[in-house]
Ligand binder design. Structure first.
Ligand SMILES: Nc1ncnc2c1ncn2[C@@H]1O[C@H](COP(=O)(O)OP(=O)(O)OP(=O)(O)O)[C@@H](O)[C@H]1O
Length: 261
């Protein structure tokens, strides 16, 4: 008998993960374990492979080598039903990816109905509960274009949650937002973390990483250079590459002076 009940053990296990695009080796042997209920932030320079790592976890990218296990199921096993696995993994992208021709409620119910086979009333009940949870209880009839970027991203998070995922992947969820809209999205993510959701988050928001993450991973050139408790990695990094990156991110002007001087 097959069951979707989550087994004991880690939420995500990545072992010896390699990914190349043609001659370009983007991931060069990543080992990573994310425990259930853990919030892990992945930081690092542009092009270091952060998004590719995330996309390999739900097989939006096919790894070149290595093994990815989610909730005890090896997703890199060619025999695994990947669509079934993906239902257990929520993903939120930088570009919100809402369906423009559907209302917010429609965006939250379509996959519940088509993929999970839920009835209309049940799908709408869950959608409304999740919309209220992200502060969009009054927006169910709006179309995405009528919402701010921050509201669209919160709707995208609610949409992912309405599928009942065991874990959530966030790929730079606030990078496309105007600065004044970032806070509301981070607040929703913080609440989710407080509620015990397992989260793997690629982000440039160092204060979020420091305050919300249990662990921070610094990637550079396709490898994990450093990982540890969030506060330690962000405020007292052990590696020179991490220090240089954080100096640039936290205080770009000062880092520039240092590099010039
Ligand atoms: N589908 C693809 N085809 C070819 N090259 C790709 C593809 N996806 C990513 N790459 C390349 O892989 C490298 C790593 O990209 P990735 O998006 O994982 O980095 P990142 O650390 O998330 O960067 P950023 O912070 O800028 O989003 C980059 O050089 C990128 O151009």
């Amino acid at each position: 008998m097959t069951t979707d009940a989550p087994p004991e053990g880690p939420a995500i296990e990545v072992a010896g993960l390699h990914k190349s695009f043609g001659d370009l080796e983007v991931l060069k042997g990543i080992d990573l374990t994310v425990r259930r209920g853990e919030v892990v932030c992945v930081i690092g320079p542009s092009g270091s492979g952060k998004s590719t790592l995330l996309r390999c976890v739900n097989l939006l990218e096919q790894p070149t080598a290595g093994k990815v296990t989610v909730s005890g199921t090896e997703v890199t096993d060619p025999d695994v039903d990947i669509d079934r696995m993906r239902r257990r993994i929520g993903m939120v992208f930088q570009a919100f990816n809402l369906f423009p021709h559907l209302t917010v409620l429609g965006n939250l119910t379509i996959s519940q109905r088509r993929v999970l086979g839920r009835g209309k009333a049940e799908a709408e009940r869950l959608a409304r509960a999740h919309l209220a949870g992200v502060g969009l209880g009054d927006k169910e009839s709006a179309y995405p274009a009528q919402l701010s970027g921050g509201q669209q991203q919160r709707a995208a998070i609610a949409r992912a949650l309405s599928m009942g995922p065991e874990l959530m992947l966030f790929d730079e969820p606030t990078s496309a937002l105007d600065p004044e809209l970032v806070g509301d999205v981070l607040a929703v993510m913080r609440k989710l973390a407080d509620e015990g959701m397992t989260m793997l988050v690629v982000t440039h928001e160092m204060s979020f990483a420091r305050e919300v993450a249990d662990r921070v991973i610094f990637m550079d050139d396709g490898q994990i250079v450093e990982e540890g408790p969030a506060e330690q990695v962000v405020t007292d990094p052990q590696h020179q590459r991490t220090r240089l990156f954080l100096a640039r991110v936290l205080d770009p002007a000062a880092a520039e002076v240092k590099e010039v001087g």
